[in-house]
Design a protein around this ligand. Sequence first.
Ligand code: PEP
Length: 251
Amino acid sequence: MRRTVIAGNWKMNMTPSQTKAFITELAPMVAGKDKCDIVLCVPFVDIATAVEAAKGSNIHIGAENVHFAESGAYTGEISAKMLCEIGAEYVIVGHSERRTYFGETDETVNLRTKAALAAGLKVILCLGEVKEQRLAGITDEIVSMQTKLDLAGVSAEELKNVIIAYEPVWAIGTGLTATPEQADETCGVIRKTIAALYGEAAAEQITIQYGGSMNDGNAKELLAKTHVDGGLIGGASLKTDKFTAIVNAAN
Ligand code: PEP
């Protein structure tokens, strides 16, 4: 049985003091909800506070990006080793906002993924088509290609620490959501690609999330789909009640 994972992506929101208040409020609200793993991916400067505030709870903490080098002259970047030492367990790689605004490519996403896995982090690998690609009918080709490029050189053993987040770019932060059928179909295409690369057993095991305006109103229907094993949640992860409602939908 694959795990359902409900992960928040705070993006560039929340200060350390807000982080402490948020997690202190959230922890009792999601206590005992053990049918899914609960993760909050937070800005770098919030990680230490988040780890401390989440101690003793079922909330896991992650970062929102990682650099691919172990160390060196990369001003402003953060290495996987730094994230591990500060207590992060997860890291988002390849989010569409990184690809769109910060020039990340499948090549750098692949390098970041491999560096994070080598350091022992769990990777939430984001991929998905833009609106023009969906309208052109090439969504399947795009997500399949991204899956292959982003995971190039990742071993079957390392894949056990990878979660894929299917995030149609047109649905992120827009209030537009893929229909449950679209989400299921495209997550299914990604699973088929994993089967071709790593075999059926690995494809059955891997958690594939949907992300893109998932909220307390649509989570239940999306999560009910066979190939949708959780959610990566932006906006709705910034409110304890909304995030808890999504966790409840997964339970
Ligand atoms: C995201 O940031 O990954 C995301 C899915 O955002 P939102 O839920 O706000 O669309």
